[in-house]
Design a protein around this ligand. Structure first.
Ligand SMILES: Cc1ncc(COP(=O)(O)O)c(C=O)c1O
Length: 397
């Protein structure tokens, strides 16, 4: 079959592929510690599930308005005001089929062939393929572990051309755990606003913040920045609802209307029942979110203590999200049973085979020196997996 050059030019999601591999090995009876998971290990809180069950029992099972049910959009408007100090009207808000679909829709709505989108690296695996699928060109701008994986204004200035349409900003960041400070992001945001570049502020990990940090939304950095920002968020990570597939976004009316038009011709609407569950999540008791965050912080501390015992491994201390992104480049060039470890992919393969540890090679995130370890797994698994990693690394000659 002749497939489109668009689809042939992208790779499958590395994180989903690795999870599938870990699951297949488990199904064969192997005991795998899965650091590859991009989701909380907690169950969706009970009151949220009850709202979905009620929706089914009430027969709330039909198509909904394309941009989402007004009750949920209102819950988003209220949330953005309450937590982020942002003013959006109901029609500036749209509910999507998972947070992933929000970025996808924006790319489709915004880009013409050859338009450029700045993607700071390390990046979430899906940003570059989404740009490419819309005919755009991802312009990768590297950040360094030594600078806390933060963009500098000069990096952005150097990457902007006449074709730059948007920039992805993801704080707290998947995969690095980096969190921007207000002062750090402001000059970049003001520069982008002045250039008319849309900031796609992916705030999916908003509540997962450590050491007393306080979250701020990019759009709160001033009126000009607000005008040029799409605020993306969702319930997947905050409320342990990854399988429900509900994300949301708020932004300039013209953009939301355009995205809604595409949704109307593609998915029609997110699942009616899941929208009711998301409404209960946003309007309900937020104590569950704080409780999960406490667990993530404890696990962050644990994995960092164990990581410090790995010789020649450096790791940025995650400030938020539930990922650590240690640098293993010192091991490249060494051999495992005659085979050379030549980058993050071969090292991740070796760890899976030798240590029965699944973690995602950094090359998928645009940084081959590192490997991503999710610590959204139990304490005992973290201990077991890091001990096995240490033993496997010691065997490399
Ligand atoms: C940075 C980032 N944005 C968005 C998403 C998408 O989340 P969802 O599962 O709601 O599509 C993810 C999921 O891994 C993510 O890491």
């Amino acid at each position: 079959m002749q497939l489109s050059s668009r689809v042939l030019s992208i790779q499958p999601s590395a994180t989903l592929a690795l999870n599938a591999k870990a699951d297949a090995l488990r199904a064969q009876g192997l005991d795998i510690v899965n650091f590859a998971a991009g989701q909380p290990d907690f169950n969706t809180p009970r009151h949220i599930c009850e709202a979905a069950i009620k929706a089914i029992n009430d027969g709330f099972t039909r198509y909904t308005p394309v941009p989402g049910i007004p009750e949920l959009r209102q819950a988003v408007v209220d949330k953005l005001k309450r937590d982020n100090g942002l003013d959006y009207t109901l029609d500036q808000v749209m509910i999507n089929v998972g947070g992933k679909h929000s970025s996808y829709l924006i790319m489709q709505a915004l880009l013409n062939e050859g338009d450029e989108v700045i993607v700071p690296a390390p990046f979430w695996v899906s940003y570059p393929p989404m740009v490419i699928l819309a005919g755009g060109v991802p312009v990768i701008v590297p950040t360094q572990l030594e600078n806390g994986f933060k963009l500098k204004l000069a990096d952005v200035q150097a990457a902007v051309t006449a074709r730059t349409r948007a920039i992805f900003l993801n704080s707290p960041c998947n995969p690095t755990g980096a969190v921007y400070s207000r002062e750090g992001l402001k000059p970049i945001a003001e520069f982008c606003a002045a250039k008319g570049i849309l900031m796609i502020s992916d705030e999916m990990y908003e509540p997962i913040l450590f050491d007393g940090r306080r979250f701020f939304s990019t759009a709160s950095l001033g009126p000009a920045v607000y005008e040029h920002t799409a605020t993306l968020n969702g319930v997947s990570k905050a409320y342990a609802m990854t399988g429900w597939r509900i994300g949301y976004m708020a932004g300039p009316l013209e953009l939301i209307k355009a995205c809604s038009k595409i949704q109307g011709q593609s998915t029609s609407n997110p699942t009616s029942i899941a929208q009711k569950a998301a409404e209960a999540a946003l309007n309900g008791d937020q104590g569950v979110v704080a409780e999960m965050n406490q667990s993530f912080q404890r696990r962050r501390n644990l994995i960092m203590d164990l990581m410090a015992e790995l010789p020649e491994v450096t790791c940025f201390r995650p400030e938020g999200s539930f990922y650590a992104f240690p640098r293993f480049a010192a091991y490249y060039g060494r051999k495992a049973g005659g085979k050379e470890i030549d980058g993050s992919q071969t090292l991740a393969d070796y760890l899976l085979e030798e240590a029965r540890v699944a973690a995602v090679p950094g090359v998928a995130f645009g940084d081959d020196a590192c490997i991503r370890f999710s610590f959204a797994i139990g304490d005992a698994s973290i201990e077991k997996g890091m001990a096995a990693t240490k033993r496997a690394l010691a065997k490399l000659g």
